[in-house]
Design a protein around this ligand. Sequence first.
Ligand SMILES: Cc1cc2nc3c(=O)[nH]c(=O)nc-3n(C[C@H](O)[C@H](O)[C@H](O)COP(=O)(O)O)c2cc1C
Length: 412
Amino acid sequence: MILNAVLFGHGSHESAWRAPGADPMAPLRLDHWLACARAAETAGFDGLFLGDILCLQDRPEQHPSEALDPFLVLAALTGATQRLTLTGTASTSFTHPWTLARRILSLHHLSGGRAGWNIVTSSYPQEAANFGWPEMPPTAERYALAEDVVQAVRALWAGWDGITRLGDAASGRYLNRAPDPIRHQGRYGATGGPVNLSPAPYGPPLLAQAGSSAEGLAFAARHADQVFTVQSDLAEARAFRARLRQQVQACGRDPDTVKLLPGVVIFADETRAKAEAQLQALTARLEIDHILAKLARFTGLDLASAPLDRPLPFGPDDLQPNRFSNSRAHLLLGQARRQGLTLRQLAARFAAGRGHLLLVGTGAEVAAVLRDWLAQGAADGFNVMPPLLPQGLVDFGRHVAPHLRGQGPAPL
Ligand SMILES: Cc1cc2nc3c(=O)[nH]c(=O)nc-3n(C[C@H](O)[C@H](O)[C@H](O)COP(=O)(O)O)c2cc1C
């Protein structure tokens, strides 16, 4: 079971920054990230995963959305971690391939071969505006550009194949020969290359992808080693994993080398009542206006006039194709319809995990669900999204991890 810790500001719950004792400015400081990295390594995680968007989010005056560059944060964590893979998000829409190739390899060298790139196409109209685009292009166009950029990055890395670093000061030979130019013709014109850093001796960095549309899945099948996905239903996750594996095979790759990692938000404690109390304490601090604005962004629906405490008057059939994320909008409204949720309940559910699998219980209960998803072919591991950082990582290590290792609870 592969387990990544997703480090998302104060935590994945929208109220994490308002939790008792939380410092609203903590994610601006290195000590916050060091505490998270150390807690993740102690808890037995395999990797850290940092998302990124290239704009302030909606209503930045109501909620912290300042964000450090994930690759700089990960570089700062290299010395404080030994084993963890360090995966950072970077957009194919707004970053030149040469810059990407070098940034990711720089982390690869600093970490001794532990770097990963989460390839995203970006979604927010504010991101488009920040880079002088009139709007985000439709999904197919975004993924066509992503394909071009990833091919360029891979060519820039592959330009070092057959080159040996000799580093022989005595004879004055650094390389066995000069690398040849790269001949990749893409959106940015011809790439001269190669990048001024060889991947050796580590091999190429890990490639991750997060996106569930048909285009996203096809892209993942061609390139990804890990796929981050939103799945809250075991049967649907199984079907999604089967589709991914089929497409990976059709691309001539071994399906066992591509790992499907659904996101999971976990509240774990000594008793289920205590775990539920943790969730309730955060739900009670929600700013409903802010969360409804965010939900409107994710669904493309105007929710301002819908009654809060009656079953949601919208279902998946009411959705129009949007340029943000169609897959997430369908998942959220499907959940609301199946479970008969009111808008307030959907908002609370969304605030806790944005539609990801939400598990609340004892460590043994949570571990049993995670094991079951693996046993039934619905996942190869999980991207664990702690609701509160770093506390959620400590809780995972204390309550859940011992049951995944097949032992009893760890001494408190
Ligand atoms: C679990 C998950 C995490 C994501 N994280 C990011 C992120 O950190 N930054 C970003 O720009 N997009 C992120 N995305 C958005 C995707 O890269 C993609 O642009 C979006 O999901 C629309 O594509 P889709 O319709 O293929 O899902 C994420 C998507 C998913 C499903």
